[in-house]
Design a protein around this ligand. Structure first.
Ligand code: TRP
Length: 369
């Protein structure tokens, strides 16, 4: 939690009565400092992040995280990407489509530039030693800490289900994901900050209790991206369940259809005004990201030509942007066996690393017999 005595910035936020914002400011400061260090010395850093295989990756994922992962990989950071399949059942009753979602996710990773020779891609369900860390780690978190996690609470409410044991404890599982490979940087959205906080707490408590002289775990830093959040086509949060997301894997025709039917407003002149005109502005933001232009310039250029002309521009620019990705993806999809091989290989490597860490844990805890 941010210290209110400390900096002017923190004070302002806490004065507004918003504790989460104060800890966000502190997390953002850490993120900026570590990002600067990473620029200078990428080889010193190990990155882990992951996705739940619940559907197709979309443009929001691409600009939010995938692009940044590829950049880190190419800079020389040790990069790891987790297929968080056990997290799928934190708040759903079925694993239907999980195979298909996983394979398609990996196709998108590779098409976007993730190189399996540089980045380890692996799944929860195939790495038992990673999962085993859950037992000692659960002993390092209290019931109160688990119950007050705001992201878990929000997910419980959204699911409409009773709070399952797995939903309650998945932030600890996420600590296993991060710490088994001793990741020290974790690129995430701000909803994930409570999980990084519990991960730091667990690492610290483990080291304090069992490994004072020779700490086993680093305290990782959340890397908060500066990328603007890309809204869904209707101006709401981009989400597959709202039908407002442009999948990386959709065809050009499907994309055109989706953009054409996105809602706008009755004002003819196009202006960029996210507060008062969220729908038109969402289209402009999308076009701005894929063309690397300022949405205001696009708005001015379209002006009185109206929403129809804007949509044509968005369709053309999104499809042009995604064409090379889709081509690479189609090429890769011709050989699904090699996609499975990539996952198997990542699983094996991850399991070997997890075994090594687990061994250090046993050693530190005096449990080597
Ligand atoms: N919870 C993350 C999400 O829903 C996915 C995830 C699982 C993750 N394990 C992780 C992210 C570890 C970062 C680090 O997007």
């Amino acid at each position: 939690m941010a210290d209110t005595q400390n900096s002017g910035e923190d004070e302002q936020v806490t004065a507004a009565g918003n504790e989460i914002s104060a800890s966000f400011v502190a997390a953002k400061k850490r993120s900026d400092a570590v990002s600067a260090e990473l620029e200078k010395n990428p080889g010193k850093f190990t990155m882990l992040t992951g996705d739940r295989p619940t559907g197709r990756l979309h443009l929001g994922h691409y600009f939010g995280t995938i692009r940044e992962r590829v950049e880190m990989q190419n800079k020389g950071v040790h990069t790891n990407v987790l297929i968080a399949d056990y997290q799928v059942i934190t708040d759903r009753d079925t694993t239907e489509h999980i195979q298909d979602n996983t394979l398609n996710m990996v196709l998108d990773y590779l098409a976007a530039g993730i190189d399996p020779n540089k980045t380890m891609i692996f799944a929860h369900s195939a790495t038992p030693a990673e999962n085993q860390l859950m037992l000692p780690f659960l002993s390092l978190a209290t019931e109160a800490e688990l119950l007050r996690n705001p992201t878990v609470k929000a997910e419980e409410e959204a699911s409409g289900h009773a709070l399952t044991g797995l939903l309650l404890t998945y932030p600890v599982h996420q600590a296993c994901d991060i710490l088994f490979c001793k990741a020290n940087v974790v690129p995430v959205g701000k909803d994930q900050l409570p999980h990084i906080e519990i991960t730091r707490t667990i690492a610290r408590r483990f080291n304090e209790r069992y490994a004072k002289k020779n700490p086993v775990f680093p305290e990782p830093t959340a890397i908060l991206s500066d990328a603007p959040e890309i809204p869904g086509l209707d101006g709401r949060k981009m989400s597959k369940s709202y039908g407002n997301a442009i999948s990386l894997s959709a065809t050009a025709e499907e994309t055109a259809k989706l953009i054409k039917k996105s809602p706008t407003d009755s004002e003819r002149r196009i202006t960029f005004d996210p507060i008062n005109r969220p729908q038109v502005s969402a289209l402009l933001t999308t076009a701005g990201l894929v063309t690397d232009r300022d949405p205001k310039d696009i708005a001015e250029e379209i002006g009185d030509a109206g929403a129809g002309a804007l949509k044509q521009y968005v369709i053309k620019s999104v499809n042009e942007f995604l064409a090379p990705h889709r081509e690479r993806r189609a090429e890769l999809a011709k050989d699904m066996d090699s996609i499975r091989d990539i996952i198997h290989d990542g699983n094996q490597r991850a399991e070997a690393i997890a075994e090594e860490t687990l061994d250090q844990v046993r050693e530190a805890m005096g449990m080597k017999y």
